[in-house]
Design a protein around this ligand. Structure first.
Ligand SMILES: NC(=O)c1ccc[n+]([C@@H]2O[C@H](COP(=O)([O-])OP(=O)(O)OC[C@H]3O[C@@H](n4cnc5c(N)ncnc54)[C@H](O)[C@@H]3O)[C@@H](O)[C@H]2O)c1
Length: 353
């Protein structure tokens, strides 16, 4: 059974979806809609073109509406598609608020249509590497996880700089980075403390640092900045760091490089040995005794974004659940709202979810 998809919004992400889905078995892209005629000029032959979402939603051959329009359009398009009895696969952030999401979810429930969200970064190789290390439990009791993404050139493009469009980095990448963290760490977030800043953008955030205290003792940090100026020969940096009481691991880059490092036995106390550094002598930060550290390569991960749609196909047929469940996306939105509140109040916000 093939799934007939209609894509609403043929900009950056709409083109990505068209390119990927037209190569996949079991999915047909039957229609594409965009309000900008220019964006319809290169729709692949055989795919119907519509200048309004309404026409696409009413096309009887469209079975799932993939919403890839600007963030501020997600609510209305979802409500309309659900009302017309179409399944909804919505781009992230699914909604601009928890309130919007609740309306959308209720409409999908009422009209008996499937509803999930394109959070395909659950299949990013760097994230899956860290998740596999976390799940393996070989670092002892994990107490710290960090996820960091820095851009060096200040790029905030197009409508992403406007508040009313749902712009800003928290809605753009933050929703992915928080989703990854919440999906991986098996605990409740007790409290949230955040800094959310407009460093160079007038209307929207382009930097955030969010600290999550989990009830299992883990503190997770998610930090993103688009304006970390640098003359390095690359334009962004992606880092993961995870630390437990018997090992640590770091994973750098989307094509992950890094290492796991564990101790043969714990050393709570050693006799102080003086080591000289450029910043003076130290005993705590000298080299480890020989033989203490065991290094391991990172696990080999073989995932890609097409895996999201492989899950979509199986879940559509009822063979497994959708990887992205609406209550999970709701928790991420709740967390984003708590982070914004924390940033305004300069205070830790109790969360309890
Ligand atoms: N999952 C990811 O990794 C990822 C990556 C990039 C963007 N996105 C998401 O995809 C969505 C689109 O982002 P983008 O970067 O492609 O934006 P974009 O501006 O490149 O494209 C959006 C397109 O939607 C069209 N559009 C807007 N309102 C419409 C409507 N009511 N009906 C029909 N067409 C409409 C616009 O004309 C435009 O062509 C956003 O929600 C964004 O967050 C997701």
């Amino acid at each position: 059974m093939s799934i007939n998809i209609g894509i609403v919004g043929h900009g950056f992400m709409g083109h990505e979806h068209e390119a990927m889905l037209t190569k996949m078995d079991g999915i047909n892209v039957v229609a594409i809609a965009d309000i900008d005629p220019e964006q319809l000029s290169d729709v692949k032959p055989g795919i119907r073109r519509y200048s309004t979402a309404e026409e696409l939603i009413l096309d009887p051959d469209v079975d799932t509406v993939l919403i890839a329009a600007n963030n501020n359009q997600h609510r209305n398009l979802t409500l309309r598609a659900a009302q017309a009895g179409k399944n909804v696969l919505c781009e992230k952030p699914v909604a601009l608020s928890v309130k919007e999401l609740d309306e959308m979810n209720e409409a999908c429930r009422k009209h008996g249509v499937k509803f999930t969200v394109h959070q395909q970064r659950r299949y990013d190789p760097d994230f899956r590497t860290i998740k596999e290390i976390y799940d393996a439990g070989t670092l002892g009791k994990v107490y710290s996880v960090k996820s960091q993404l820095y851009g060096f050139n200040g790029n905030m493009h197009d409508w992403h700089v406007y508040l009313h469009e749902g712009g800003g980095m928290l809605y753009d990448w933050g929703v992915h980075l928080l989703d990854q963290m919440l999906w991986m760490i098996d605990g409740k977030v007790e409290s949230v403390f955040a800094s959310v800043r407009n460093v160079i953008n007038r209307e929207v955030d382009d930097y955030f640092q969010i600290l999550l205290s989990f009830d299992n003792g883990i503190t997770a940090e998610v930090e993103l900045g688009t304006y970390y100026l640098s003359d390095k020969d690359h334009w962004f940096e992606r880092h993961w760091f995870i630390a437990g009481n018997s090992g640590t691991a770091y994973v750098d880059g989307f094509d992950p490089k890094g290492q796991i490092c564990r101790t043969a036995h714990l050393l709570e106390n050693v006799s102080g040995k003086r080591t000289m550094t450029a910043a003076g002598p130290t005993r705590s930060f000298g080299p480890p005794p020989k033989g203490l550290l065991i290094t391991e390569p990172l696990p080999q991960i073989n995932t890609c974004h097409a895996d999201f749609f492989e899950n979509y196909k199986r879940a559509y047929r009822g063979e497994e659940p959708f990887i992205v469940q609406i209550p999970q996306t709701r928790r991420v939105l709740q967390l984003m709202e708590a982070a914004r509140e924390s940033a305004v109040k300069h205070a830790s916000i109790p969360f309890g979810l």
